[in-house]
Write a protein that binds this ligand. Structure first.
Ligand code: PLP
Length: 418
């Protein structure tokens, strides 16, 4: 097997240099753990950035993959009917409260399609002689993906600037600021896009007031409400969709990450009203909604239901919050703890401390990451137990204690991690 050093050297020579990888080569996975090439075990509290919600090698997922590939149908183009798209759409509709689905391959593709659907809906409703609404309001600190439409709706300059000019007509609203939304939501806006819990933005939940105002104002002004559930959806927050915590029903919802347990699958869920603006050939995909990915997604939904994982995620989330709050009370470097189900963020007082925590956690066999500079993000698999939370919190605690000691030492004695 190729060693970490060898693969690192090889990648540096042949890959476009876009990823600053952790110093870890993952060789296999089992349950909530991954193993490096020397057999060292890591507790994965990031689960492939929210994708591996059922962990690694889940027996039901393995069974479905084996059965479906044995049928010889990994891919069938969208020129033909296959077994699973309609069934999966029906299940997602029941769970979301929406009426129709379009399947694609990734989060950004789902967001692109949602933007196109919103534009098509606005065009279909434009009265003769009037210019259709076409502008989009997105949120500050939002992340919707890397393709042109998605990156145009993404707040962070570092993702946007090198590729300008982006899709025109996107304006940003201060997240959770009802007044700012009201002022910017004029008659030219066709859609407002919101993550009910911002993921890359540092695990920041919307307020109930903001979500309800967004629903009310979009209805009043004839704009669509699009919720990006790519990171927070499919049970992670303890509800099937994060918007369901806030008592609203959007017009369009995007999902991806955990939907097919690691196989690439995204979906756009829409109301019938939006769907009526779309016709054969207006949009499409070669790979999207393939029979293997859709069969696995049905298995994911079965497991969530059978093992009552939503309720479990809620309970574990409450426990996780309480344990992380104890860190906040003990360590002044912990500014804030934000937890909804198994979506957890710990805001630290500096980017360097957040970097040191990620590095030291990895050295101690725990995977998590840093987002929005100062937030430690945890998106564990839904299969964790309290014992895993305990391990993460006690390790976090000892690292924060060590780092606080380092800070008190004279500069010459400090380690280089901070
Ligand atoms: N939207 C949200 C909320 C996300 O978290 C992500 C990815 O992190 C995306 C969209 C983009 O998804 P993908 O990387 O599958 O294109």
């Amino acid at each position: 097997m190729t060693t970490l050093a060898a693969i690192k050297k090889k990648e540096a020579a042949v890959l476009v240099p876009l990823y600053d990888r952790y110093p870890l080569k993952i060789a296999r996975g089992a349950g909530v753990y991954v193993y490096d090439e020397r057999g060292r075990k890591y507790l994965d509290f990031l689960s492939g950035i929210g994708v591996n919600a059922l962990g690694y090698g889940h027996p039901a997922v393995r069974r479905t993959i084996a059965q479906q590939s044995a049928r010889g149908l990994v891919h069938v183009s969208n020129l033909f009917y296959t077994d699973y798209q309609a069934e999966l759409a029906g299940r997602l509709e029941k769970l979301s409260g929406l009426d129709r689905a379009f399947f694609c391959n990734s989060g950004t593709e789902a967001w692109e399609a949602a933007l196109k659907f919103a534009r098509a809906y606005a065009q279909s409703r434009a009265t003769n002689g009037h210019k259709p609404k076409w502008r989009v309001l997105a949120m500050q600190d939002a992340f919707h993906g890397r393709t042109f439409g998605s990156v145009a709706c993404t707040w962070n300059e570092k993702y946007r600037k090198p590729f300008a000019p982006l899709l025109p007509g996107v304006e940003f609203v201060r997240f959770n600021d009802v007044r700012d939304l009201r002022e910017k939501l004029d008659d030219t806006v066709c859609a407002v896009g919101i993550e009910a819990v911002q993921g890359e933005g540092g695990i920041r939940p919307a307020t109930r007031e903001f979500m309800q105002a967004a629903r009310k104002l979009t209805k009043q002004r004839g704009a669509l409400l699009i919720c990006d559930e790519i990171q927070a959806g499919i049970g992670r927050t303890g509800k099937m969709f994060a918007y369901q915590h806030f008592g609203v029903l959007p017009d369009i919802v995007t999902v991806a990450k955990p939907l097919a347990a690691g196989l690439p699958l995204g979906a756009v869920l829409t109301s019938n009203a939006v769907s009526r603006a779309l016709h054969y050939g207006m949009h499409g995909t070669t790979f999207g909604g393939g029979p293997l990915a859709c069969a696995v997604a049905l298995t994911v939904l079965d497991v969530l239901e059978k093992d009552k994982l939503l309720a479990r995620n809620r309970q574990l989330g409450d426990y996780f919050r309480a344990r992380l709050e104890s860190l906040r009370k003990k360590h002044s470097a912990v500014r804030e703890v934000r937890v909804l189900g198994l979506m957890a963020g710990v805001e630290l007082d500096s980017p360097d401390l957040a970097k040191a925590v990620v590095k030291k956690m990895l050295e101690r066999g725990i995977i998590l990451n840093r987002t929005h500079e100062t937030a430690i993000r945890m998106l564990p698999p839904y299969l964790i137990g309290k014992q895993h939370i305990e391990r993460v919190v006690t390790t976090f605690d000892s690292i924060l204690t060590e780092e606080a000691k380092h800070q008190k030492q004279p500069a010459t004695k400090r380690s280089t991690t901070r």
